[in-house]
Design a protein around this ligand. Structure first.
Ligand SMILES: [Zn+2]
Ligand SMILES: [Zn+2]
Length: 917
């Protein structure tokens, strides 16, 4: 092999080869199979074409090629236990394939395969073997058709065409349905690749047990329909389905003995190695944890990109399990902080060019992985300690199988996935009862009242919550008014856990890691309203044995309030005594922004006009956003005045009062009500009154009807900074601002930048502005000088060329390329040409700001001989992917691709020769 191709090039070469041979390039299907409920993950290339083979679906093409994302971690194909132990297994991998749906058959499929392997990739023909089907049971005819097609391939050694039976060379989708013989291509990589050298009785062979012979490609010929175990009917149309493991072919073409040594894994392994600070030799000596982490980090990234995030059931469980398994192998390398997202990110970098979903979901990938790792970090040590205890006592009893219920207990309480328990047990030569684990899992589901069905949203959801509310009321668990909601209470709320909802169903208890909705009789969590976002926080039982991290609040039915979150650890149960805890630092940030919003609103009225009213608002922990009516943008003076005014009130540290009044009373006192908002008879008002007027009942700085949570003193806001003013829609402007911690952070970051700038420019804070101006003047002067120099050089080149212009059919034709020249200059140069030669054509091409441009001038006598400048440049522009035109004597054109300029200019000669009379 000449130069080692990159994996990216290898994938492209494969796909390009088949596209050139009339195949349609089809994108990879999602890892989540569409419409196939029996399959957890897409595990082969044919999954997305299954219906075409079954005859229930037709495509707009008969030849296809693709690189399919596959996962093999569950069901019949489960490679998980081997991943990491060897150099070839993966949870996630790519499968390259070409397909014929009733189009070409064995002859072409075999020729394509041979040509790609031996001519394009130049694999040595003498090392390749082809296997064909010969029935070991003697009832299905041998595939002589395939065998004879292999034998006639140029350079194929006849002895290398071999026969194997049903296990190796007959492919079936299921018990019944489409099936047929297959042909595999194997490669002899040489005796040095044999990993069983010296083992008694071992002989290296095709389909043998060592690593010397490698299966590269499987070509499946679908020609039968299996009716039952003995009857095969011929299909009306025959199909080809091929699969080539991408990682494997990359390892062959890059000539390495491990998939993990290809450039597919190199960047990620480097990231891990940087974290562990081990040398490459040390890494290769202890390669297993590196392989596991790299494999799982890649799989997790692809899963999350396809919408599969960590969770407790089905696919989501797999995502959780591989992240946790990778994290545990990380601890073996001394990595205890969350690290996996960094590794996944390396895969996003290298794969996103082909799988764009990775790039689009980068943030979600990083966040999900990091969150999952952090959650697991809280319980892994206690979980493994308990497991070690189980294993110790197991050994004492002389038994070597850990009961499934114990493994389930570890998962339910400490979030230790079954697969990790099995890993740890097998490291001590012990086993875990998987069937028992699954039974315990099912028992739990039934005992907790949950079904397997996914919950429904919408009307069902509201009905379920109304019914729950009724039941809680009739059981005297809550009063007639429903859940008590007091977001103004700042001390923690206590009570009993009334209900747990998982997957849309009421359950008695939930497992560690579950996403649940929970109901308590009273809460002080704010539920998003009036622009203020919901609170987050914790609900934990009073004994501290479990904890739910609340990240969302809902009011699914009148009188019902639901906390949504994920179980951090332990098993929440209905009736447990709980404490409800708001994340109070975050709540305080929100309060700063809400009180500041009222001050901003008042400031706008004062500076811009009383007519200003709120048209929308967001009060979040990190910023506030205020939309208001105004036909024009605010000036920077206005913004500065508002900002100063708000900060003045903050420094005066005025009291913020809340009061409950009738709506009419509040309005008559001049309280601001939001336009379009519905208020009840009784309202809550928030007022901020100037110190001088304390106790005098007016005038107020700010007075609003508002149900939000507020500070008690304006001073707590800290600092108020307006960060932007912009337009939202016609007549509506938007101001964004920050306060408190966020504002302080921005200030210190800006000061930091400022200090660095001072250092870089070797200046002092006082001189920085003056010094920057001087530097800019110097730079501009230097730029002007360079431009002058360049135009002199262009002119010099031009003048040299103009004295030596070729003659075509008696006239001067000058074609030249002068880069970075303005149109005006090119036109001037054309004029110079026309002054020098009374009869002639000039064409100047340039690349200016990455765009090709062409200017041409033609003398009058040449125009009358059939060459018009306008037509000439139009002809050139077409070759540049652009357009142009102008007068017969002077014209210009622009194109798109600068790389085509030289070729396009050259074509002008042909045009002139053909059209000049
Ligand atoms: Zn061998
Ligand atoms: Zn408010």
């Amino acid at each position: 092999m000449p130069i080692q191709p990159s994996a990216f090039e290898i994938r492209k070469t494969f796909l390009d080869f088949f596209v050139e041979h009339g195949h349609n390039l089809v994108p990879s299907a999602s890892l989540v199979p569409g419409g196939d409920a029996t399959l957890l993950f897409t595990n082969a290339g044919m999954v997305q074409f299954k219906d075409v083979f079954l005859g229930t679906d037709k495509r707009g093409y008969r030849r296809a090629t693709d690189s399919q994302k596959c996962m093999r971690v569950a069901g019949k194909h489960n490679d998980l236990e081997d991943v990491g132990k060897d150099d070839t297994h993966h949870t996630f991998f790519e499968m390259l394939g070409n397909w014929s749906f009733g189009d070409y058959y064995k002859k072409e499929a075999i020729a394509f395969a041979w040509q790609l392997l031996t001519e394009v990739w130049k694999l040595p023909k003498s090392q390749l073997y082809a296997t064909c089907f010969e029935d070991d049971k003697g009832s299905i005819p041998s595939d002589e058709d395939a065998a004879s097609n292999w034998r006639i391939q140029p350079g194929m050694i006849p002895d290398h065409v071999m026969y194997f039976g049903r296990k190796e060379n007959f492919w079936e989708m299921a018990e019944t349905g489409p099936c047929g013989p297959c042909s595999e291509i194997h490669m002899d990589r040489g005796i040095e690749f044999c990993n069983l050298k010296g083992k008694e009785g071992h002989i290296c062979s095709v389909n043998g047990d060592c690593n010397r012979f490698l299966e590269l490609w499987n070509l499946v010929f679908i020609q039968y329909n299996r009716i039952n175990s003995t009857q095969l009917d011929p299909l009306p149309e025959t199909h080809v389905d091929t699969g080539m493991g991408f990682e494997r072919i990359v390892s062959v073409l890059q000539n390495v003995d491990s998939n993990y040594k290809t450039d597919l894994f190199k960047p990620a392994l480097e990231v891990i190695r940087t974290l562990t600070n081990e040398s490459e030799t040390q890494m290769l000596e202890n390669f297993t944890p590196y392989r596991v982490i790299a494999d799982h980090a890649r799989a997790a990234a692809f899963l999350i990109a396809d919408g599969v995030v960590p969770g407790n059931t089905g696919r989501n469980y797999v995502c959780r399990m591989i992240i946790r398994r990778a994290a545990r192998f990380g601890t073996k390398l001394g990595l205890h902080e969350a690290f996996l997202a960094k590794v996944s990110n390396a895969f996003v970098d290298s794969y996103a060019d082909f799988f764009s979903e990775l790039g689009r979901n980068r943030q979600s990938i990083v966040e999900n992985i990091t969150r999952e790792e952090k959650r697991f970090a809280k319980t892994i040590e206690s979980g493994t300690a308990v497991l070690e205890g189980y294993l110790e006592s197991l050994k004492k009893t002389g038994n070597n199988i850990l009961p499934g219920e114990k493994a389930f207990e570890l998962y339910a309480t400490y979030g230790l996935p079954f697969e990790i328990t099995r890993d740890i047990a097998s490291e001590q030569s012990l086993h875990v009862d998987e069937t028992g684990f699954k039974l315990a899992m099912d028992d739990h589901r039934l005992a907790s009242g949950g079904g397997k069905a996914m919950g429904e949203l919408g009307g069902e959801d509201a009905r379920m919550y109304s019914a729950l509310l009724d039941k809680l009321h009739s059981d005297n668990m809550i009063g007639a008014e429903g859940i008590i909601h007091d977001p103004y209470q700042t001390s923690p709320v206590q009570g009993r856990l009334l209900a747990i909802i998982e997957d849309g169903q009421l359950v008695r208890e939930a497992l560690s890691g579950s996403v649940v909705s929970v109901v308590v009789p009273k809460t002080n969590f704010y539920v998003e309203s009036g622009g203020q976002v919901s609170d987050t926080g914790l609900i934990r039982d009073s004994k501290g044995s479990w904890e739910i991290e609340i990240h969302e609040m809902r009011k699914p039915a009148p009188g019902m309030i639901v906390h949504i979150g994920e179980v951090n650890f332990g098993k929440p149960k209905v009736d447990d005594e709980v404490i409800v805890l708001i994340d109070f630092d975050r709540r305080k940030d929100i309060m700063r922004n809400h009180t500041a919003t009222h001050l901003l609103h008042a400031g706008l009225k004062k500076v811009v006009g009383e007519y200003v009213h709120q048209a929308g608002s967001l009060v979040a922990p990190d910023k506030l956003r205020f939309d208001f009516n105004s036909s024009e943008a605010l000036t920077s003076d206005q913004l500065e005045e508002i900002e100063k005014g708000v900060n003045k009130i903050i420094m005066e540290d005025l009291r913020v009062r809340s009061a409950i009044k009738t709506r009419d009373e509040a309005i008559s006192e001049g309280a601001t009500a939001l336009f379009g908002e519905k208020y009840g008879e009784i309202v809550r008002t928030i007022s901020i009154v100037d110190q001088e007027f304390e106790n005098k009942n007016s005038p107020r700085i700010s007075y609003e009807l508002c149900g939000g949570t507020h500070l008690t003193q304006t001073g707590t806001i800290g600092t108020f900074i307006i960060t932007s003013e912009s337009s939202v829609s016609a007549g509506v402007r938007r101001i964004e601002a920050i306060t408190g911690r966020t504002a302080n952070l921005l200030i210190s970051n800006r000061f930091n930048d400022f200090r660095q700038l001072t250092r870089i420019l070797s200046s002092t804070p006082e001189d920085l502005l003056g010094k920057t101006r001087i530097l800019l003047e110097d730079l501009n002067r230097a730029r002007r000088q360079t431009a002058d120099l360049r135009s002199n050089l262009v002119l010099e080149k031009f003048l040299k060329q103009i004295n030596d212009v070729p003659i075509i059919k008696g006239i001067r034709v000058m074609v030249t390329r002068l880069d970075d020249v303005e149109i005006e200059t090119m036109r001037n140069l054309c004029d110079q040409f026309r002054q020098k030669y009374l009869s002639g054509i000039i064409i100047i091409g340039t690349v200016l700001n990455d765009r090709p441009l062409v200017v041409s001038a033609v003398t009058d006598d040449v125009v009358s001989r059939g060459i018009k400048a306008g037509d000439l440049v139009k002809n050139i522009a077409e070759k540049l992917g652009g357009s142009g035109g102008g007068k017969p004597t002077i014209a210009q054109a622009g194109g798109k691709d600068p790389a085509l300029l030289d070729e396009a200019l050259k074509s002008a000669f042909r045009y002139i020769e053909e059209n000049l009379r």
